[in-house]
Design a protein around this ligand. Structure first.
Ligand code: SAH
Length: 372
């Protein structure tokens, strides 16, 4: 490489966004494309990729593995559910687990994953670990997709301070040819196909050096049968679980019940409020009495339609207002949460005050009458 040419570039090479973010974004895009449910990040370090992935709504199981327990523990609290996750539980379930152990060892907790990511990991492996790595990841874990990223050594001359490796802990840094021949041989051996790409574009005129980070995306050629997932695979656990978080989810009956009760009361309160305003309007203007005059907003239009079409009219009797459950059930959010009318009745039984025949939510308006 021409020295002047190289120096010109070493002054200006700065990736925007930073390269680690581009690598993580690459994985996120892959997740959006393939929609895996179970994702494991090997060599997860400070869990920043896992944290980013927990927002992908297709993922139900996230696992991290690292040989360094302390680096994982530094920020693992970021993977815990937040108050808002309890206030508004998600429709999907999500479990996040962190394990302490080595990719050179097999552990059954790593079975059954759809996507396994190894971002800037292989260059940190000792020779003996790198030898075992393909059998553990491709042979034993055998996910549908594996992503491996590693530095491209051909790019290094463009960095002014890099002498041998980009990081003192790197045991190797491969050229494109070296990485590709290792990846192709691994893919052939374990029945995967592999495609190469990368992040961190070289400067114009230097395209030959390739991406700063080279990436191999491996896709398993044949679907795994139920038998091959478990059979002949060691069942002894060798990793230590250092963190586990189960996120609140509407798949869990207790959170679903809470959400349904809240939604039922909220919907019933709105209907009651509209009914009371309507009655007040009528008593202020007797001409309008006995006519259910729809207001201009969508809610009242919708309610008016229900009342006319299905005879599900809320009504007042003495100090009580009755909002038929059938009316509440017909509201989209309640309907979606419960699925069936029977389920709605089951979930709110004993938790919401109902009319004696159980067909309507009942509110006492004595206090509200006094106020008026
Ligand atoms: N994947 C992270 C950081 C990679 S740095 C990111 O994208 O930012 C490499 C990580 O691999 C380090 O945290 C290191 O502790 C871990 N590591 C090294 N050898 C390992 C092994 N044999 N098994 C599991 N993790 C290992």
């Amino acid at each position: 490489m021409d020295k002047n040419f190289k120096e010109e570039f070493t002054q200006i090479i700065k990736f925007q966004p930073p390269l680690y973010k581009q690598r993580h974004q690459f994985v996120k895009d892959l997740v959006e494309k393939y929609k895996p449910k179970k994702v494991a990040d090997l060599g997860c370090a400070d869990c920043s990729l896992l944290w980013m992935l927990k927002f992908c709504s297709c993922i139900e199981v996230l696992a991290g593995l690292d040989i360094c327990e302390n680096v994982m523990k530094e920020k693992m609290h970021m993977l815990s559910p937040l108050p808002v996750d309890y206030l508004q539980p998600s429709e999907r379930s999500l479990t996040v687990t962190l394990h302490h152990g080595s990719v050179a060892h097999k552990d059954p907790c790593m079975l059954g994953f759809d996507l396994v990511t190894c971002i800037e990991l292989i260059e940190h492996l000792e020779e003996s670990e790198l030898k075992k790595f393909p059998e553990v990841v491709f042979g034993y874990m055998a996910p549908s997709i594996v992503v491996i990223s590693t530095p491209n050594s051909e790019f290094n001359p463009l960095f002014p301070r890099v002498m041998l490796h980009r990081h003192p802990d790197h045991k190797l840094e491969w050229s494109q040819a070296q990485f590709q021949s290792w990846a192709l041989e691994t893919a052939r051996c374990y029945n995967y196909s592999v495609e190469f790409t990368g992040v961190g574009h070289p400067p114009t005129g230097m395209e030959k050096v390739g991406f700063c980070t080279q990436i191999g995306v491996f896709v398993r050629k044949y679907p795994q049968t139920g038998e091959s997932v478990q059979s002949d695979k060691p069942t002894e656990a060798v990793y230590k679980t250092v963190f586990k978080a189960v996120y609140p989810s509407l798949k869990d009956e207790k959170y679903l019940q809470n959400a349904v009760i809240n939604e039922v009361i909220f919907t019933a309160q709105i209907i009651k409020h509209r009914l009371m305003s309507k009655r007040k309007e009528c008593s202020d203007d007797p001409e309008r009495k006995s006519k259910f005059q729809p207001s201009m907003d969508c809610f009242s239009d919708y309610l008016g339609k229900l009342v006319v079409e299905k005879n599900m009219e809320p009504f007042v009797s003495g100090n009580e207002v009755y909002i038929p459950l059938a009316t509440i059930f017909s509201f989209p959010k309640v309907n979606r949460l419960c699925g069936t009318f029977e389920k709605l009745c089951k979930l709110i039984a004993g938790k919401v005050t109902l009319s004696s025949d159980g067909s309507a939510v009942m509110f006492n308006i004595e206090y509200e009458n006094e106020e008026n």
